[in-house]
Design a protein around this ligand. Structure first.
Ligand code: FES
Length: 316
């Protein structure tokens, strides 16, 4: 757990604030990779994940996050906007990366919807530093709703940025269907934004291989199963050699808590990776939105995933 001081708060758009978080005594903060997020503990005592919006090399010893005030806030974004002031101390986790840049790609296509720009901006800056080929497409309602416009307009990054403004001219609009109609070998697609945007990109990218698509969600997509929905099963704890029953209507995290095993959680929607443990992933019905296809072979998010069959072996 880190204690951080809120160094600066800047308004980016009518509903987005940027927070610069530093070590209270000016020491170095734990490093991170582009795409990483930190869990920030809110004044109300709960945590929310926020992506780090600056590439590690450009972070200048601070963590930069962007927080959009959501109309349907469950308390997190409203607390950050209303109660957190410059100079406050807040608690946060060390950075964790569930949205890494793919190694060995020939081209990276980054699609950002609204506040979904935050991890993709860090990735774009890191790709620029690394000299890799990329394009960052940013979708916003208008220039007034464009966060981190200063970073996007920097001379090095600007040639790699395409802007799509809902209220802009037809010529500047990006046709997702046309953009994603074909997949060329070595191209990787990264997307982050609101649910409707994510669904539209996934539909348009139906020709792209699954392992070339990398997505970071803010909220679980609508229509998914609730964590507790499903039949009862057993968790086989391979290190402790015990079996824990998980009832229908109960999550694996809740079942473990009942027998005194506390699994840290944050989002409880399969988004942040806090509850992920090593497991026999082939036995799992994965309901998370943070693990890659290859990670799912050996890891499982216990806040939401269940067993395919009668049992699921986890290495606890
Ligand atoms: S608590 Fe966030 S993925 Fe499980």
């Amino acid at each position: 757990m880190l204690t951080l001081r809120v160094e600066r708060i800047t308004r980016q758009t009518p509903d987005i604030l940027a927070f610069e978080l530093v070590h209270p005594w000016g020491r170095a903060l734990p490093g991170y990779e582009a795409g990483a997020h930190v869990e920030v503990w809110m004044p109300g005592g709960f945590a929310r994940p926020y992506s780090l919006a600056a590439a590690p090399d450009r972070s200048r010893g601070r963590y930069l996050i962007g927080v959009k005030r959501e109309a349907a806030s469950r308390g997190g974004s409203a607390a950050m906007h209303e109660r957190v002031k410059e100079g406050d101390l807040i608690c946060a986790s060390s950075p964790r990366n569930t949205f890494p840049i793919a190694n060995g790609a020939r081209h990276h296509l980054l699609l950002a919807g609204g506040i979904g720009l935050t991890p993709l901006l860090a990735m774009a800056e890191a790709l620029l530093e690394a000299g890799e080929a990329f394009t960052l497409c940013v979708f916003a309602r208008s220039t007034g709703h464009l966060a981190f416009a200063g970073a996007l307009n920097e001379p090095g990054l600007a040639p790699h940025v395409r802007l799509h403004l809902d209220d802009g001219t037809p010529e500047q609009k990006i046709d997702l269907v046309r953009l994603l109609a074909e997949h060329e070998p070595g191209r990787h697609l990264y997307l982050c934004g609101p649910g409707g945007f994510m669904a539209a990109v996934r539909r348009a990218a139906s020709a792209w291989p699954e392992d070339s698509i990398h997505a970071e969600f803010f909220a679980a997509p609508e229509g998914g199963d609730a964590a507790s929905a499903g039949k009862a099963f057993s968790l086989e704890l391979t290190r402790s050699n015990i079996r824990v029953p998980v009832a229908s209507g109960q999550s694996a995290v809740e079942a473990l808590h009942e027998v005194g095993i506390v699994i840290p959680v944050s989002c409880e929607q399969g988004l942040c990776g806090t509850c992920v443990v090593d497991a026999e992933g082939e036995q799992a019905e994965h309901r998370d939105h943070c693990l890659t296809t290859s990670e799912r072979h050996r890891r499982v998010a216990l806040c939401c995933s269940r067993a395919r069959g009668d049992s699921l072996a986890v290495h606890l």
